[in-house]
Design a binder for this molecule. Structure first.
Ligand code: NAP
Length: 506
């Protein structure tokens, strides 16, 4: 069950938001009465309420907004129970002062805005469990991934005895965001989500539509397979939406999550995620594509040569690494050249062609490797001469200093720098005069889909391949590696385009 938190300054707005949620079929809300600017008027809020309610009046020390005295707060909590709200949130220290009454269920809660205490079991068993709870809630602030995993282990233990009150444990940081979604797998009775995608009330609280429609919280169970993307930052990754929507489309009991993991925490995350989270596969993004290789038990030869891995299939303690970026980009370019998909055992249209790759970073290395493997003569242009030359030598390619890139006549041009990426949409890594009709122009940038470079290339009647083609292609390969099932590229493309237009509307 998803509990949507409403926190507004006015009663009118609170009632309107509640009504909107009910119209959207939301059956359970948390009213954060501590957000009201005036004294809460229960006679306006509670009669004829559109759904079940959890009433909360949070103090500032627990992350809330209550401005009145503690006596007034306790009086308000008693009144809420007398009015028969379905659930009331009572903090550990006030719960013993407020006896059970009527049908109101008691969520006895513990919040720690500073840390994740060492003995969560003691807080639960020796304190919260003694306050006559129907549900126990523990919300903490992990400092590192070890804290988050400790919280998960605690939650599993807490809910293993079904005769005891159910426990809800969550992390109030982006790092532990996944506890809010996967809690259902480990017996949490519900999770919290926010009414608005922009206005947030508690740290790490996700938008309810995302929780319901993208993560499909209500369908998660003990058998749900867990996948995700590991990176830092990770908030804007499109991978969760593309994979999760594809699971829905194919009716798979899987969920895909963003894992914000710092460089310091990455090894510990990878070591323990299979056991703690039942993780089956990972997409890997900045800054972990190189370092993750140290944690692979086996990898595709391309991973070693490119020096980057963007996909890990996890099977217990075995971790297999792949690079789906280079396959996707090269296949998209070959398809544009041949006018149809080219099989890997066929002669490539790239054979004997020359290609200029701009940038010697992760995408540049992947493209240069793939184009070279398929028989093209590849020139890498980069502004760091020593590093660029080293990469080019290693991959069997030529190097050209950045300032000389426009002097080359090539059949394939591949931009693998972020030039032209949102918000710098009026920038291009090449001038119009360097583009010639019939050339293949590829741009790894996918936001926007049609970059300034691609717009100019179309004007010169070049054939263009976008970063969206590459992104969708790599996601299709990952989907197959993760689930064993073919993905629908056209479906994924629609999802990515919708997600990109939503980003721009925001
Ligand atoms: P990266 O590892 O940081 O490499 C970026 C490269 O671009 C570096 O060689 C960098 O040179 C160069 N560069 C950056 N700004 C430049 C500028 N103003 N002028 C000249 N060179 C510049 O990044 P990456 O992972 O390869 O990503 C590159 C782009 O590809 C990003 O826009 C990313 O979103 C996109 N990408 C797309 C996909 C997809 O699926 N479509 C996949 C991966 C990446 P320095 O080292 O000198 O800074």
């Amino acid at each position: 069950m998803i509990c949507v938190t409403i926190g507004c300054g006015s009663h009118k707005r609170m009632i309107e938001e509640w009504q909107k949620l009910a119209e959207d079929n939301v059956k359970f809300v948390e009213l954060r009465l501590d957000y009201l600017r005036k004294e809460p008027q229960l006679y306006r809020l509670l009669p004829n309420r559109p759904s079940a309610v959890l009433a909360t009046v949070r103090r500032k020390s627990d992350g809330g907004n209550w401005r009145g005295s503690e006596e007034e707060r306790i009086q308000l909590l008693r009144s809420l129970i007398a009015e028969g709200v379905e659930y009331v949130d009572l903090e550990l220290d006030v719960a013993p002062k407020i006896p059970r009454f009527g049908k109101t269920k008691r969520v006895v809660s513990y919040h720690n805005m500073e840390e994740t205490p060492a003995d969560l079991d003691a807080i639960r068993n020796e304190a919260l469990a003694k306050c006559d709870p129907d549900i126990i809630k523990i919300a903490v602030t992990p400092k590192n991934i070890g804290d988050v995993f400790r919280l998960v282990d605690f939650l599993k233990r807490a809910n293993s005895d079904r005769s005891k009150p159910r426990t809800l444990a969550l992390s109030m940081t982006e790092m532990g965001f996944f506890t809010r979604v996967l809690g259902k797998k480990w017996g949490c009775p519900y999770t919290y989500a926010s009414f608005s995608s922009i206005r947030t009330i508690a740290p790490g609280l996700p938008y309810y539509k995302k929780m319901r429609d993208e993560y499909r919280y209500d369908e998660i169970n003990a058998d749900t397979s867990v996948f995700g993307v590991i990176g830092d930052p990770i908030q804007h990754s499109l991978s969760p939406v593309i994979h999760n929507r594809s699971y829905v489309e194919q009716g798979l009991n899987c969920v895909y999550l963003p894992f914000r993991v710092s460089k310091e925490d990455m090894f510990e995350f990878v070591d323990k995620a299979s056991e703690v989270l039942d993780l089956k596969g990972l997409s890997v993004t900045i800054p972990h594509k190189m370092d993750i290789m140290k944690k692979l038990t086996q990898f595709d030869p391309a991973v070693e040569t490119i020096g980057a891995c963007n996909t890990v299939v996890v099977d217990g303690y075995n971790r297999y690494g792949y690079n789906t970026d280079y396959i996707a980009a090269v296949l998209s370019i070959e398809t544009a050249m041949a006018g149809r998909p080219v099989r890997s055992d066929e002669a490539s249209p790239l054979e004997g062609q020359s290609a200029l790759v701009l940038g010697a970073g992760g995408a540049g290395k992947a493209l240069a490797y793939g184009l070279h493997e398929r028989g093209a003569r590849v020139i890498i242009a980069d502004r760091k001469i020593e590093e660029g030359e080293r990469v080019a030598r290693w991959l069997g390619c030529e190097f050209c200093p950045w300032d000389e890139r426009e002097g080359y006549v090539v059949q394939v041009l591949a931009n693998c720098t972020p030039i032209g990426m949102f918000p710098n949409v009026d920038e291009s890594p090449m001038s119009l005069k360097s583009l010639r009709g019939g050339m293949i122009v590829f741009d790894a940038v996918y936001n926007p889909e049609t970059t300034y470079l691609l717009r100019m290339a179309k004007e010169k009647e070049c054939r263009v391949v976008s970063g969206v083609d590459m992104f969708v292609g790599q996601a299709c390969f990952q989907f197959k590696l993760f689930t064993g099932k073919p993905a629908s590229a056209s479906f994924m493309r629609r999802v990515v385009r919708n997600a990109l237009s939503a980003v721009h509307e925001d």
